[in-house]
Design a protein around this ligand. Structure first.
Ligand code: 2F8
Ligand code: CA
Length: 129
């Protein structure tokens, strides 16, 4: 299973943690080339898993279509109430911050063209293979 080298599993899903740093768009493109997409975080447990492997990482959350309407990369709308945002985030600081980044166990909106490590999540569950 050479193609799985470098991936880590959590609750029967697979995650890739980059060593390199890229913009949010470049990161997403890298995930797609791996048959995945940027990570979608559905629980505090999943965030804990991600933060155990990446202190600071792009995640699959963006409001670049409509400012303030945060969506996951699969199109799922994101309710701020359910989010894991840091205090006073998202604040759309600087010239505008439309891309989600996990920092520790919480999220911050960041300028999409900044370069950070990224986390990919495979779309398919190991159990259904
Ligand atoms: O204080 C939170 C704030 O910190 C920085 O802005 C000063 C972050 N921006 C950069 O690091 C470029 C903001 O995203 C963050 O909200
Ligand atoms: Ca911010």
């Amino acid at each position: 299973l050479d193609e799985l080298v470098g991936w880590k599993s959590f609750e029967s899903r697979l995650y890739f943690f980059s060593i390199a740093e890229k913009t949010w768009n470049e990161s997403r493109e890298d995930c797609k080339q791996r048959g995945a997409d940027l990570v979608i975080i559905n629980s505090q447990e999943e965030q804990n898993f991600v933060s155990a492997h990446a202190r600071e990482t792009w995640i699959g959350l963006t409001d670049s279509e409509i400012e303030g309407q945060w969506k996951w990369v699969d199109g799922t709308p994101h309710s701020l109430k359910k989010g894991l945002w840091m205090e006073k985030e998202p604040n759309n600081a600087d010239m505008g911050e439309d891309c989600g980044k996990a920092y520790g166990k919480q999220w911050n909106d960041e300028v999409c063209s900044r370069k950070f490590k990224w986390t990919c999540e495979n779309k398919s569950s190991l159990r259904s293979r």
